[in-house]
Design a protein around this ligand. Structure first.
Ligand code: G16
Length: 548
């Protein structure tokens, strides 16, 4: 492609997707995310970038997902997906930010500079898969993405409304056909097929009950589960709520983020005591479970709890296979409840790595294990298996003795049921249901494995959230200067106290986390640390108050 053809990059920008705002936008925890009306030029430019990325990867397919995931309806965003179905390589985030922020007049020349810098061979074909969530602003942004791809002579393929993990899966399959078929139907066949296969081997037993309530967050995940529900027999009885009808708003007072952050059940679900409920987020990449007890109090089974459930069962199956040379590890972030980390290391005897927030960080750390289980407490996570693990387990499934073969075949089903590319609420739901069924456990038995330390998360609005810097997997604050000292002083007043702060990469706020021996103390500590953030980092609006 001669440099003169880059003129079309400017033409599309000027005529169809002009940059109408000077607000600086940064590639965050999971792509660009802000008010939908500030994003059209950004998404168009990411269409350009996706083509360059595809060419740098020798024409392998790249993904673009239009979504703001857990954020409320007025926001939107774009996540870029690399050829193996992972999040965009971090070294490209700076390039993405640069391209998103140049003026329309400089867009053509900046594109030319980036082509040289990344050494993109413009004569190669380029392929980009584009998906979107259910937001009313998504079709317009998806169209901008398509224009970006066309402007650099790439080939877009639109998947319409899909969950983020379905698009990750399709990208991976398009580039590696041993992983599956790159279609939504191919995804259902693999994940649901593996679930049906495992359920033929493990009949319902003990206290496990096949009924599962699901809060769909009024987003895409619930809609896809409604399709799956019709293909299920008596393996699982899905009762779906918050599917987007009856005026329900996306992620508003419902969904995984709401349930985890507010520690309250969602609206829109008809609760029955001790009934397991799974809550998804807006684009179907997170899941948490909960139930209401006989006092109508919510008991939360979050990402930490799912990670421990899966790791414990996988360890059991590995033992059944008589395999000792495969290393399993668990990856968490600073948000992991201290009690879960203690349970994993001391009871499960599985090593734990702590990394910065963002599945991109967890995913990479998990790849260093033969079996890497990674989950954020907010319910975002999956399991990755090395080639050695897959070949070892496949061999035992064929050649082992009867007991070994049984464990290996169950593990092969679990591997097939797992979307290894990214955290996936639907895949995780089937994994959890399989393990609970295999154990014959109800939610209370699942809950009994360890007792969470009471915790609280709060949000503080400040003038510039990037005034907060952190280190040590976000557990220590390095700026503003005096903030960490203040946090240490506050924490020292509480039994089992722990607290940290960090700027969100998806919302314009600072997140505050605190845990302590009682809920009252966790709530007080979180509020006191919030006040410190407000005072020392330029809080705006009302100063947070500390509960009496
Ligand atoms: C995204 C990321 C997650 C992260 C979450 C919150 O989730 O993929 O890894 O935990 O944002 O990030 P932050 O605390 O920086 O706002 P999602 O489900 O919103 O795409």
């Amino acid at each position: 492609m001669p440099p003169s053809s880059l003129r079309v990059v400017y033409a599309f920008a000027r005529e169809m997707h002009p940059k109408t705002s000077d607000v600086f936008i940064q590639y965050g925890t999971a792509g660009f995310r802000t008010k939908a009306n500030l994003l059209e030029h950004v998404v168009y430019r990411m269409g350009l970038l996706a083509v360059l990325r595809s060419r740098v990867k020798n024409g392998r397919t790249i993904g673009m997902m239009i979504t703001a995931s857990h954020n409320l309806e007025p926001d939107n965003g774009v996540k870029l997906i690399d050829p193996d179905g992972e999040m965009l390589e971090q070294s490209w985030e700076e390039i993405a930010t640069r391209l998103a922020n140049v003026s329309d007049n400089d867009l053509e020349s900046t594109t030319g500079e980036i082509i040289k810098e990344v050494n993109a061979d413009m004569s190669l074909k380029a392929s980009v898969f584009i998906g979107m969530d259910t937001r009313y602003t998504s079709p317009r942004l998806a169209a901008a993405a398509v224009h970006g791809v066309i402007a650099l002579k790439g080939t877009p393929k639109e998947f319409g409304i899909v969950t983020t993990p379905i698009l990750h899966y399709c990208v991976k399959c398009r580039n590696d056909n041993t992983y599956g078929t790159p279609t939504e139907e191919g995804y259902y066949e693999k994940i649901v097929g593996a679930f049906k296969s495992i359920r033929q081997k493990i009949p319902v037993a003990g206290n496990y009950n096949t009924r599962l309530y699901v809060d769909g967050a009024n987003g895409v995940g619930g809609k896809k589960l409604n399709i799956i529900r019709k293909t299920l027999g008596d393996e699982l009885d899905l009762v779906l709520f918050n599917l987007g009808g009856n005026g329900g708003k996306l992620n508003l007072n419902c969904g995984a983020d709401f349930v985890k952050m507010s520690q309250k059940p969602p609206v829109g679900v008809e609760h029955v005591p001790f009934q397991r409920v799974a809550s998804l987020d807006g684009d179907g990449d997170r899941i948490v479970y909960y139930y209401l007890d006989d006092k109508n109090e919510m008991q939360l089974l979050d990402g930490d709890r799912i990670a421990t459930l899966l790791a414990g069962y996988i360890a059991e199956l590995l033992k059944g296979c008589d395999v000792t040379h495969l290393r399993m590890g668990l990856v968490q972030t600073a948000y992991a409840n201290g009690a879960s980390t203690q349970y994993i290391t001391q009871d499960l005897k599985v090593p734990v790595t702590c990394v910065k927030t963002g599945v991109k960080h967890l995913h990479h750390a998990a790849l260093s294990y033969d079996i890497g289980v990674y989950f954020e407490a907010n319910g975002h996570g999956t399991v990755v298996y090395s080639d050695l693990t897959k070949s070892t387990v496949s061999r035992i499934a064929q050649e082992g003795d009867a007991e070994q073969r049984k464990s290996a075949q169950l593990l092969l089903d679990l591997i097939d049921m797992t979307n290894e590319t990214v955290g996936d609420a639907i895949s995780d739901l089937f994994l959890v249901e399989s393990v609970l069924c295999a154990r014959g456990h109800d939610v209370t038995q699942w809950m009994q494995t360890y007792r969470d330390l009471p915790c609280r998360q709060l949000k503080v609005t400040v003038e510039n959230r990037n005034a907060i810097s952190t280190t040590d997997a976000e557990r220590n604050c390095t700026a503003p200067e005096s903030l960490q000292c203040k946090i240490d002083e506050l924490v020292s007043k509480y039994e089992s106290g722990r607290s940290f702060v960090r700027p969100s990469g998806t919302e314009d706020i600072v997140r505050v986390y605190a845990e302590a021996d009682t809920q009252q103390n966790a709530d007080r500590l979180a509020a006191e640390v919030s006040q410190a953030v407000y005072d020392l980092a330029g809080g705006v609006g009302d100063r947070p108050t500390v509960p009496a």
